[in-house]
Write a protein that binds this ligand. Structure first.
Ligand SMILES: [Zn+2]
Ligand SMILES: [Zn+2]
Length: 966
């Protein structure tokens, strides 16, 4: 008898990071949400313990050879683990870098499209634009019935004389096979008796002769089948007298010029296959070309003034002389600015003389392109490679115009559209287009594929990504978008009995899209999986089957299991911070918005046209906390980064066009984007150094009587200089080990064990604490310990203000989460030294990411302190608590993508909540939605939209693969 399905993953004595050795059961086959304050230990439980153990057991099923390529998580600290399942992390991070990875390939939609397209597309002859339809025996019979009833016709097939064979030998073969007659050049011959003229190119061997009537249908078909087979897929229809009345071909070829085409196979419609990929760019859609903005950096210069930058200077100055010579010959003026030259002249200068062949550089103009082609032929020289790289840039592949496919693939159309044209449509539009063709109970491979396509497109829509096109490059997606795309792939893959772990899938989602997101998580559970989500969003917590809280406080004061049970139970849990918020015992602090009047200084934006913003204008108050909201993809991030921040978030390009005009009524010291990127890239930095507290601390230590007695000075306690540092790591504490295949690993220095100092410095104690002890203590603990003895305490207190008091003093800043790094960066603006200077304009993109509602309350207080200090803040945010706390709100919308880009509401939070807009309605419902008495007793509502993935062969495969896991 098979063992009963275990009901829970049992983890015993969990001690990873700050976790306090508790036991926990995680129910299998349920939607589990883990919550808690930042730094309380949620990730330590979900990712470092549950997922690490699951992944470890899963990876053990691979051979040692494969294992060396997999990034292995370290074994978690725990006593025992039972019923562990293989675990898959659906990550936010964007590991995809290749430009062949698109939304279509990530979701495997391209794999289904190529199968479906191969069956359903028709080929348009490039010579005529007419469909090429293969015509076999049935088509030939139809022609005869329409045009030749009652006539005697001859079915024949053509034989070409192969080289090296004579006609008599060929004729003999056919006679032996039972053929007796043929037409050659219109003359009827008896094979074997009458000779075929040696100069004849082909002979039409007669298969049958019959008079067309319905009674002859089966005889015609039989004869035609043989004729097609022996004729290599072609057949001729002749009159009795040998006059051709029809040609039929079962093969794909142009009736106009006889061009043969490849059959429609899935490979022809895959840009990852050499058969389908554009040969010039190998399916990447772009090639390394010339960067004309660099070659002609200033189009206002004339040729004589040096408009062509690479020709200036000594090395290639000869080309400048060749250019002048060519201009004289061709009558191109040297004293006219480049941008005033005629288009034809510019093209001539760029492309060169059309008759130029390499080597003729003395007599003909080779063109700027020709110059670079010549350079490329000698790239083995280092200085040439360096020179070339200065003028190069990626450009759209000129052969396929970025469509990635070879020309032949593009001749195939479905409803008049080529495959890349379908890939360029937004998911929602594509789905609407395909849905009418949804098959009913068909087992045709094309219908099967279409079914899978529609299901996957539906998933993408359900997670709020209907605005993406399948050809969108993966590496241009935001972290949240990547996670949601990956989520739909997992649904499509039909894994079962697997643990999926997710980190805040609600990030970047509007409240409107959240219930659909929960529906997707539910579908994974319905497929027989366990879904464990680290999440703070109330509606997701409420929808969970099982809710876990780790806490109660961050860092050392956390790491306890505060609650595990049904979501409703947490409302009464005594120590639960989450329960306090959900039940309404905790409330966000309210304050009246700072007044915005006609005299309030403003930022005026005029005529911005970027992404989905079209000639967009608006104003917003300065010196205030301003919220930018709206559904995902409505254009708020574009407004923040590209229009106000004047920076392309993808390329970092600050020179892009279309940003419109910005007019400030008031000056700013700086405009700073405070994002979630790391505060520093060097592992040497830590919280004490970042706030400048370490100098005061080492002065305190080094100037103490005990230090003097031990012969130590403040400089011995410096990380960055002096002789107190560990010799091996120079005070860094960490060594970076370069790994093959996987990303580099930072390991504690083996000499000082990560403590950064020499043994005699570490042995020194100040008031019972060594430097090593201080570095390991939390910021809060160190502040309390130091008390009034040094100004460092005040500097450290700022870290507590931004909610980072739980960090240890020596924690490398590279290990901070995105949200932690963002709050750390705000520290700089808190302590404004000179109040007479104008404040900064601070731009924040979703600062509540990863925050518990309690942490959000602290963040809001921090934002207000910044506004009080005279800074202007513009915050892109979905979190209702933040929006309610704003002085002013701008809402973008009404929809995502092309349906957005408009300002739909503006005003105080109270005004916007009455505007009847999407965000307005959520603001109006607001607290009532989670703190009313009926939610307190309500059962968690599984907001299931019941999406079922089609059963597919890949599904069965993956399942059996996963069954082999323990
Ligand atoms: Zn190409
Ligand atoms: Zn060291």
């Amino acid at each position: 008898m098979p063992a009963a399905q275990p009901d829970a993953i049992r983890l015993r004595g969990v001690r990873q990071n700050n976790l306090k050795g508790f036991d926990i059961d995680i129910p299998i086959g349920k939607l589990v949400v883990v919550t808690g304050l930042s730094g309380a230990g949620k990730s330590s439980l979900v990712f470092d313990t549950l997922h690490a153990e699951g992944q470890r057991r899963y990876v053990e099923t691979f051979s040692p050879y494969v294992r060396q390529f997999l990034e292995l998580l370290p074994a978690p600290a725990l006593d025992s683990a039972e019923n562990v399942r293989p675990s898959v992390a659906i990550k936010q991070g964007n590991a995809v870098r290749t430009s062949r990875s698109t939304v279509g390939t990530m979701t495997e939609l391209c794999d289904w499209f190529k199968v479906w397209f191969a069956h359903r597309a028709e080929l348009l002859d490039p010579a005529s634009g007419q469909p090429v339809v293969p015509q076999g025996p049935a088509a030939a019979w139809d022609t005869c019935l329409q045009a030749h009833v009652g006539q005697a016709v001859v079915l024949a097939f053509a034989v070409q004389k192969p080289a090296g064979l004579a006609w008599p030998a060929i004729a003999e073969e056919f006679v032996r096979a039972g053929f007796t007659r043929a037409f050659v050049s219109g003359q009827r011959l008896r094979l074997g008796e009458e000779a075929i003229p040696e100069d004849a190119d082909e002979a039409l061997i007669i298969q049958d002769r019959l008079t067309i009537s319905t009674a002859e249908a089966s005889r015609f078909h039989e004869a035609a089948l043989v004729a097609f087979r022996l004729g290599g897929g072609r057949m001729r229809l002749l009159t009795d007298a040998g006059v051709e009345i029809g040609r039929f071909s079962e093969i794909l070829e142009s009736p106009v010029d006889g061009r043969r085409f490849r059959p429609a196979t899935p490979a022809l419609f895959s840009f990852n296959s050499p058969i389908g990929a554009c040969p010039d760019c190998r399916g990447f859609g772009r090639v390394i070309g010339l960067d004309w903005k660099k070659i002609i950096p200033d189009p206002k210069l004339t040729l004589a003034e040096g408009a062509v930058a690479p020709f200036q200077g000594n090395v290639y100055g000869e080309s400048q002389r060749d250019l002048a010579k060519a201009c004289k010959k061709k009558g191109i003026p040297l004293d006219v600015p480049w941008n005033k030259l005629t288009a034809a002249h510019r093209r001539y200068l760029e492309d060169g003389d059309p008759t130029y062949v390499p080597g003729e550089w003395e007599s003909k103009w080779y063109g700027i392109r020709g110059f670079f082609r010549w350079l490329e032929s000698s790239t083995y020289k280092m200085h040439v490679r360096v020179f070339l790289s200065r003028w190069r840039a990626y450009e759209e592949c000129p052969k396929c115009r970025g469509q990635r496919f070879r020309e032949e693939s593009l001749w195939w159309r479905w409803q008049g559209r080529s495959l890349p044209e379908l890939y360029a449509l937004p998911v929602t539009e594509l789905r609407t287009l395909l849905r009418p063709y949804a098959p009913k109970d068909s087992r045709h491979p094309a219908d099967h594929a279409l079914e899978a396509m529609l299901a996957r497109l539906g998933y993408l829509e359900a997670v709020g990504l209907g605005y993406l096109a399948l050809d969108r490059l993966s590496r241009t997606l935001s972290g949240g978008e990547v996670q949601r795309v990956n989520l739909t792939s997992c649904l499509g893959a039909c894994l079962a009995d697997t643990v999926f772990v997710l980190d805040e899938p609600s990030v970047g989602m509007h409240a409107r899209d959240l219930s659909r997101m929960v529906g997707i998580l539910r579908s994974l559970v319905e497929q027989g999986n366990t879904v464990v989500v680290v999440e703070h969003d109330e509606s997701v917590m409420r929808a969970a089957d099982w809710l876990i809280e780790i806490g109660p406080r961050p860092g050392a004061a956390g790491g306890h299991l505060v609650y595990a049970g049904k979501p409703t139970g947490i409302l009464k849990a005594k120590d639960s911070v989450t329960g306090a918020w959900l039940s309404g015992r905790s409330q966000p602090a309210t304050r009246a918005p700072r007044p915005v009047t006609d005299t309030t200084p403003r930022l005026r934006i005029e005529g911005a046209t970027v992404n989905n913003l079209r000639d967009f204008s608006c104003t917003l108050p300065l010196g205030r906390l301003v919220g930018l909201c709206g559904v995902s993809g409505s254009g708020k991030s574009t407004l923040l980064h590209q229009v106000i921040g004047r920076r392309d978030p993808e390329s970092g390009d600050t020179s892009a066009q279309g940003h419109g005009k910005l007019k400030f009524d008031r000056e700013h010291e700086e405009v700073a984007l405070v994002d979630q990127s790391p505060a520093t890239r060097t592992p040497r930095s830590n919280p004490a150094l970042y706030v400048g507290a370490w100098d005061a601390i080492r002065n305190l230590l080094g100037n103490s009587e005990e230090a003097k007695a031990a012969g130590l000075t403040p400089s011995h306690f410096s990380f960055n200089a002096g002789e107190g540092r560990c010799e091996r790591c120079g005070g860094a504490g960490w060594e970076t080990v370069e790994m093959q295949f996987v990303s580099d690993v930072a390991l504690p220095c083996p000499s000082c064990n990560g403590k950064r100092f020499r043994d005699e410095v570490l042995a020194f104690q100040f008031d019972g604490k060594s430097v090593g002890d201080l570095m390991a203590m939390s910021v809060t603990e160190v502040r309390v310990f130091l008390g009034g003895r040094t100004p460092a305490s005040q500097q450290l207190a700022v870290l507590e203000e931004v909610g980072l008091g739980y960090l240890s003093l020596g924690q490398p800043l590279t290990t901070l989460s995105g949200g932690e790094a963002q709050r750390l960066k705000l520290v700089r603006y808190l302590g404004r030294l000179d109040p007479r200077k104008p404040g900064a304009l601070l731009l924040l993109d979703e600062p509540t990411t990863g925050l518990h509602r309690e942490d959000v309350a602290r963040l809001i207080a921090l934002l207000h302190r910044l506004a009080d200090a005279g800074h202007s803040l513009i915050v892109v945010e979905h979190h209702l608590d933040v929006l309610k706390a704003c002085d002013w709100i701008l809402e973008m919308g009404p929809e995502a993508g092309p349906g957005g880009g408009l300002l739909v509401a503006e005003g105080t939070p109270a005004q916007v909540s009455q505007a009847g807009t999407t965000t307005g309605n959520f603001l109006a419902a607001g607290d009532a939605a989670f703190a009313t008495p009926d939610t307190r007793t309500a059962k968690p509502r599984p907001t299931s939209i019941s999406l079922r993935a089609p059963v597919s062969t890949t599904c069965a495969m993956s399942r059996s693969r996963f069954r082999t896991a323990p």
